[in-house]
Design a protein around this ligand. Structure first.
Ligand SMILES: NC(=O)c1ccc[n+]([C@@H]2O[C@H](COP(=O)([O-])OP(=O)(O)OC[C@H]3O[C@@H](n4cnc5c(N)ncnc54)[C@H](O)[C@@H]3O)[C@@H](O)[C@H]2O)c1
Length: 371
């Protein structure tokens, strides 16, 4: 049991790193951890809720590793930087909280995995919805036979993003940057959790054969999908369909439809609401924070909820998505632009993703005018 107070550093301290700073702050105040370093290539932002305090500030993560000597490094930089930063941090002796997607290809995954094994370090991947107790309750219900033999898992997500979303960083809306594939796009970025959650519910099995993929974009200034569906089967014989849009009229947070031979379940993965066969209404669950889980793993050997191995199948799906060409542009006739910082609404996209998820269909199988 390791009872020393862990020394934490964050690389990519602005951006999503700010979320990590907020998450760590109460633990730092309680003396459960020490924040020893913040690193960003841009000036590290001050935030009244999360003062920089005693943390040393760096613009070079190697320098940070040497000078701050952290036990755990949170990596919240753009995906193409993950492999080199993760490698150097593990070689320095650090455990990692590595933001999703861990890496962008299976070849990079193998290299990262080998480093993890070689250095003996722990890698928690930031798929935070895997810490959901609704997810655990669903798996328990499936194992006790309440839905019979699992046949299909489908996810529908319908959100909106304004034009400014695609100006948030250099890699936003891009297929590649400086010759490297970058992981933006509805499937690769905001709805990455939808895919990882579906793969996990379907039993964490690898996929069997190719995935079918349909990607569309509703803005000519982006090179990635804002509306997309993929379908595949896993080696456990479960069909998986993930259908998402950032151009939906009606919001669907992220509805997972689980179908078995004896019944159906519904899980809203971002909110941890679950409905099992026979339930009159959905039940609200809580979550285990993945950073807390990493601390307990180090202190007491508790199993990692989102250890790197669990991201392997996801990485294969991501690789397939990123290597797809720039998606076709939807005809303007089906689009509406709403607001001062406009969102683009694709006619019927919300209903389409819902049907695709429930029925396990691709857009091209739904007789949609735009697909
Ligand atoms: N788990 C989630 O729900 C969730 C949500 C949002 C983002 N993310 C992930 O977090 C990561 C960061 O996303 P983001 O949108 O904040 O990206 P971003 O482009 O805003 O970058 C984050 C920060 O990293 C800094 N940075 C870039 N390269 C660096 C380097 N080599 N060394 C130090 N700092 C560097 C940038 O200056 C920026 O401040 C991505 O992997 C993304 O997928 C996860």
């Amino acid at each position: 049991m390791d009872l020393t107070i862990p020394r934490i550093a964050i690389v990519g301290a602005n951006g999503y790193g700010l979320h990590h700073r907020r998450n760590l702050e109460p633990k730092r105040r309680r003396g459960e951890l020490e924040l020893v370093g913040l690193c960003d290539t841009a000036e590290v932002s001050e935030d009244p809720d999360v003062p920089i305090g005693d943390a040393a500030v760096f613009d070079d993560y190697r320098r940070m590793l040497e000078d701050a000597d952290p036990d755990i490094v949170v990596i919240a930089t753009p995906p193409p930087t993950h492999l080199p930063i993760a490698t150097d941090a593990m070689r320095h002796g650090c455990d990692l909280y590595l933001e999703k997607p861990p890496v962008a290809s299976l070849e990079e995954y193998e290299r990262l995995y080998a480093e993890m094994i070689g250095t003996g370090r722990a890698v928690q991947v930031g798929f935070q919805a895997l810490g959901s107790h609704a997810f655990t309750a669903l798996r328990d219900a499936m194992e006790s036979g309440r839905i019979g033999t699992l046949e299909a898992v489908g996810v529908a997500g319908s959100w909106q993003r304004p034009d400014s979303y695609y100006r948030r960083s250099a890699w936003a809306g891009k297929r590649e940057l400086d010759g490297t594939l970058v992981a933006d796009g509805a499937l690769a970025n905001p709805f990455a959790h939808a895919t990882q959650q579906a793969l996990a519910i379907a039993g964490d099995w690898p996929l069997d054969g190719e995935i079918e993929l349909e990607r569309l974009r509703c803005r000519d200034r982006i090179e990635v999908d804002d509306t997309a569906v993929w379908r595949g089967s896993n080696k456990g014989g479960v069909s998986i369909t993930v259908a998402v849009t950032l151009c939906g009229d009606r919001k669907l947070e992220g509805d997972i439809y689980v179908r078995g031979t004896e019944g159906e379940a519904w899980l809203e993965y971002p909110t941890d609401r679950l409905s099992l066969p026979g339930d009159a209404e959905p039940k609200q669950y809580g979550r285990t924070d993945l950073f807390d889980n990493l601390l307990l793993h180090r202190q007491r050997g508790v199993g990692l909820i989102s250890g790197l191995r669990r991201s392997k199948t996801f990485t294969g799906v991501l690789e397939r998505v990123l290597n797809d060409p720039v998606p076709p542009l939807v005809d303007d006739a089906h689009l509406e632009r709403v607001g001062a910082d406009p969102v683009t609404v694709l006619d019927g996209a919300d209903a389409a993703v819902e049907r695709a998820a429930k029925e396990g269909r691709l857009f091209s199988e739904l007789a949609l005018p735009w697909a």
